[in-house]
Write a protein that binds this ligand. Structure first.
Ligand SMILES: Cc1cc2nc3c(=O)[nH]c(=O)nc-3n(C[C@H](O)[C@H](O)[C@H](O)COP(=O)(O)OP(=O)(O)OC[C@H]3O[C@@H](n4cnc5c(N)ncnc54)[C@H](O)[C@@H]3O)c2cc1C
Length: 224
């Protein structure tokens, strides 16, 4: 358990907050890209996020919060102000990005942008890593990713009844065939991960080449 203070809270449009947390307890921490950090929201509720980066010397980390609705973490993110304090658990293991063979593909959604950013801190860096995200608004997502400096991205806008997942699957298959993707990281919405994973498996991609981590699912609270 660590205490931290909100040092910066950048409002990136309606639905995103880029938050810098700092404190003595964050100094000297061994963080690996892809790990998770849990934030206590009060009343024994906590929610999980993916640090974009961690400065163990200064004692600070950054989170990108996607405010999807009126749920507790969204309300917390909207109300956050510089100087607020919070309680953190972690960082702890979630997705191991350290030994990903390149070329690699990271699939996810708005909740995976932090994960995408953290790729640059892996031993092999972000070179050779393609990103594929399902998003509510391509224009908004592109703006956020540009600000974060996340490149090599394909975006697919959500459509009713997950009709857009056909396009997501097709883009994943194109990447497999044209770039010989060696490792896959599937994150974000549980059912989308299942769809993409099933398609890859049907094309002969070995289970050991696919890493999955569901970040949320409709109707589930604080999925972790
Ligand atoms: C390992 C891990 C890492 C994560 N990293 C990040 C991160 O870096 N940034 C980030 O923003 N989120 C991240 N998430 C996802 C985040 O923890 C969930 O979205 C969480 O549910 C948000 O809490 P909440 O209080 O807003 O909603 P909850 O109270 O948990 O959920 C209420 C309802 O909201 C809906 N819901 C939840 N999440 C979403 C969503 N993203 N889009 C649409 N509807 C949703 C579901 O129907 C759910 O039943 C991560 C999750 C995990 C497990």
């Amino acid at each position: 358990m660590k205490r931290a203070t909100v040092r910066e809270c950048n409002v990136l449009g309606e639905q995103f907050r880029l938050v810098t947390l700092s404190g003595d307890a964050l100094r000297g921490v061994k963080w690996l890209p892809g790990q998770k950090l849990q934030v206590a929201l009060g009343s024994w509720a906590y929610r999980t996020f993916t640090p974009l980066s961690w400065d163990a010397e200064q004692g600070s980390t950054q989170l990108l919060l996607f405010l999807h609705g009126e749920a507790p973490a969204s309300a917390w993110g909207r109300a956050l102000q510089v100087g607020n304090s919070c309680t953190l658990f972690g960082p702890r293991d979630s997705l191991d990005l350290s030994a990903l063979d390149r070329p690699a593909l990271v699939f996810g959604d708005e909740t995976s942008f932090g994960l995408a950013h953290s790729m640059r801190f892996t031993p092999k860096g972000a070179a050779g890593v393609r990103m594929l995200f399902e998003v509510t608004s391509k224009q908004t997502a592109r703006g956020i990713l540009d600000q974060l400096g996340v490149a090599d991205v394909d975006l697919v806008e959500r459509r009713p009844d997950d009709a857009h997942l056909n396009e997501v699957e097709q883009l994943a298959v194109d990447q497999l065939q044209t770039r010989s993707i060696q490792s896959w990281v599937l994150s974000g919405k549980a059912s989308s991960i299942q769809r993409v994973s099933k398609r890859l498996r049907s094309l002969g991609v070995a289970r050991g080449r696919i890493r999955t981590r569901a970040y949320w699912a409709p109707g589930k609270v604080g999925l972790d």
